[in-house]
Design a protein around this ligand. Structure first.
Ligand SMILES: [Zn+2]
Ligand SMILES: [Zn+2]
Length: 341
């Protein structure tokens, strides 16, 4: 089968590799469309904590079941499906509490352990395979994964109807967080970014105030618009110290700051004084739970979350290198780049 393999930092090569075959409880899926996510870009640059070359990346996908292993119920050849790209063990302390995202023995798609959807076929245990409703295209199906990240972050923020929220960074994760916050009943949604293109998307998807941080101080804007109180919750989608500091300054006393995504290394010179002074609740967010993934799929199917505006281009799998370079270097405007086989 064809696979876009990350051979070394900054180099993807389209190769012919061995097709996987499904074991008991697994299905084999022919990937139709896959997405390029921030974590693939980190792997491409060599900064991802565990996605290391040589590896077949890709954890956002939609495709068709082409083979069913022994002991699989409820799925059949020909089903259009999407995949939750994490396998929990089902037995550990966190799995038993429905928190498979925090499983002690978790396996993640797009690693050497579980080769990803930049390959034409993948295998997956039936429990992480979700039928894609006929009303949704493969492209929309791929977007359930990033959308689930936003839904999880908003749920974990415990924000309420009428809350004012700040979303720092308006790339894909920032945008899905804006969409989820709007669904959850946010009143004002402040969005920040350095790129006007991203900010225009943020506005289109529900941000009420857009702030280009090259021109305006987001902390000042949020404080002014909230009568000096600050935002009820701040979502940090760009994990660098200055952005975390903006969140801590802009959030109200007893407010929440949600950190989505990994720092590249230790947080340097992070000023965390406001954390104590304002009794801020700083929380990390890691992917989503199985239940959250299903809820997100349902919301996409019902039209409550419209994935289409996030998709800016669809390239062929042979252009994987180009897609990753565009996401890394921003040689042209892009939110979500999909690859099709
Ligand atoms: Zn993703
Ligand atoms: Zn577990």
């Amino acid at each position: 089968m064809r696979a876009a393999v990350l051979k070394e930092d900054y180099r993807i090569v389209l190769e012919d590799v061995q097709e996987p075959s499904p074991g008991p409880g697994e299905v084999k899926i022919q990937v139709r469309v896959t997405g390029i996510c921030g974590s693939e870009v980190h792997a491409f640059k060599g900064t991802h904590p565990y996605r290391k070359p040589p590896v077949i990346l890709g954890h956002e996908l939609a495709g068709d079941i082409v083979e069913v292993g022994r002991d699989v119920e409820g799925l059949k050849v020909g089903d259009r499906v999407i995949v939750e790209p994490q396998i929990g063990c089902g037995r550990c302390y966190m799995c038993l509490r429905g928190l498979n995202n925090l499983c002690e023995n978790k396996i993640v798609l797009g690693t050497q352990e579980w080769p990803g959807s930049f390959g034409e076929y993948i295998v997956a245990p039936a429990k992480v395979v979700y039928p894609l409703p006929d009303s949704l295209s493969y492209e929309e199906g791929v977007m359930v994964e990033p959308l689930a990240v936003g839904v999880h972050a908003v749920r974990w923020s415990e924000m309420g109807l009428g809350d004012n929220v700040l979303v720092l960074g308006a790339g894909t994760i920032g945008l899905v967080t804006i969409m989820a916050a709007r669904q959850a009943g946010a009143r004002r949604i402040f969005a920040t970014d350095l790129l006007d293109y991203n900010l225009a998307k943020a506005k289109e998807l529900g941000a009420t105030h857009i702030i280009n941080v090259a021109k305006e101080d987001p902390v000042a804007v949020v404080l002014e618009e909230t009568g000096g109180k600050g935002a009820d919750a701040a979502f940090i989608t760009a994990a660098v110290s200055p952005v975390v500091e903006q969140a801590l300054k802009a959030v109200r006393k007893r407010g929440k700051a949600l950190l989505i995504g990994f720092f590249e290394g230790p947080a340097n010179n992070l000023e965390i004084f406001p954390l104590t002074a304002k009794e801020i609740d700083l929380r990390g967010c890691l992917m989503y739970t199985a239940e959250g993934f299903q809820s997100t799929l349902d919301m996409v199917a019902e039209g409550r979350l419209d994935a289409k505006p996030l998709i800016t281009e669809v390239l062929d799998i042979t252009q994987a290198q180009e897609g990753l370079e565009v996401m890394d270097k921003r040689t042209r405007d892009a939110i979500k780049i999909l690859l099709k086989f």
